[in-house]
Design a protein around this ligand. Structure first.
Ligand SMILES: [Zn+2]
Length: 325
């Protein structure tokens, strides 16, 4: 049987980048809290989306369908949608929200007001409006692909402990627990495309899907490279810097010895500072004594060399094609 989930959800890569910032910025840096909060909110959002995936495991309608988890499009329109259900009759978009506490919808203007258990209050753009905007954008993408299918978008609340009040009249919000039943009972319009065309549409959507590359983060968040801590951190203790000794790294805390902990540090350089690194920058960032050690470290299939001699720079192998000029 053909695969029904044609794209699986993955934790957004930006979380690793924020993690590297939290690790390498001074503990009292003004933006520490911002990045920690971003990590928590992305993890919470991802957890909510995974919960929906889990609850939809037994979704087995009688009609053929396809699922795309986490679709990002940036063509003439830009949007991201958590779950796309493609059928021969229509497209159903599910936008998952996982915000803890009491969620109150406001109108004129539209918004969402969150009151956390701690009493902390926060305002957000209305996810109902967001879902409506995504629906329009999805319709425009379908049109550009020469497909005519009705599109429906629903807001899904991930956890039952999210208390939703003052839902605007006429709006429909599903709980993740009821999504299966709602979908089963959904009044499917008549078929508009063949099963073959549905698969074609799925592949065309994947072909225009864009993996968002958020790196490097420092310049985007107003962080100077000089603020970012240097060195190679222990892969076990995480926050402890290792010492270079006899061609390997030693952790003064847990005594771990690693021969290749520097690669993680170089990956973090790419995520935070620049998409490429020179041997001199590598020597400085890893706090090495000799330039030749940096050259040896970079002489690895993980990195692609571009340019000659003094102008030589190294890229992450997978990114090399993108940045090479
Ligand atoms: Zn350690």
């Amino acid at each position: 049987m053909a695969e029904i989930i044609i794209k699986n959800r993955k934790l957004p890569v930006i979380v690793d980048g924020f993690g590297a910032l939290v690790k390498r910025l001074p503990a009292n840096h003004l933006k520490q809290e911002v990045f920690k909060e971003r990590i928590n909110s992305i993890n919470a959002g991802f957890g909510g989306e995974e919960r929906l995936d889990h609850l939809m495991r037994y979704f087995e309608p009688e009609y053929p369908y396809l699922i795309i988890q986490d679709l990002s499009i940036s063509t003439n329109v830009e949007f991201q949608v958590d779950t796309v259900l493609l059928t021969q009759s229509c497209v159903i978009l599910l936008e998952v929200k996982n915000l803890s506490g009491r969620l109150r919808f406001t109108v004129n203007p539209s918004g969402l007001h969150q009151t956390k258990a701690s009493g902390e209050e926060r305002g957000y753009p209305s996810p109902l409006v967001q879902a409506e905007v995504i629906k329009w954008k999805f319709e425009s993408v379908l049109k550009s692909l020469d497909f005519t299918l009705p599109v429906h978008a629903f807001l899904v609340i991930a956890y039952p402990n999210q208390i939703v009040v003052d839902t605007p009249p006429g709006s429909v919000i599903w709980s993740a627990d009821e999504v299966m039943i709602r979908l089963h009972n959904f009044n499917m319009p008549s078929e508009q495309i063949s099963e073959f065309e549905m698969h074609q549409l799925g592949q065309r959507l994947l072909s225009i899907a864009s993996e968002f590359n958020p790196f490097p983060l420092a310049s985007k968040y107003g962080i100077k490279p000089s603020e970012i801590g240097k060195g190679v951190y222990c892969p076990s203790c995480k926050i402890i810097k290792m010492e270079r000794c006899k061609r390997s790294w030693h952790c003064p805390e847990c005594k771990l010895i690693s021969s290749d902990a520097h690669h993680e540090a170089i990956r973090e350089w790419f995520k935070l500072i620049k998409p490429s690194i020179s041997a001199a920058e590598c020597k400085d960032f890893l706090e090495l004594e000799h330039l030749s050690t940096a050259r040896n470290i970079l002489k690895n299939p993980l990195y692609k060399r571009v340019g000659n001699n003094k102008m030589r720079r190294y890229y992450r192998e997978v990114q090399a094609g993108i940045h090479e000029k």
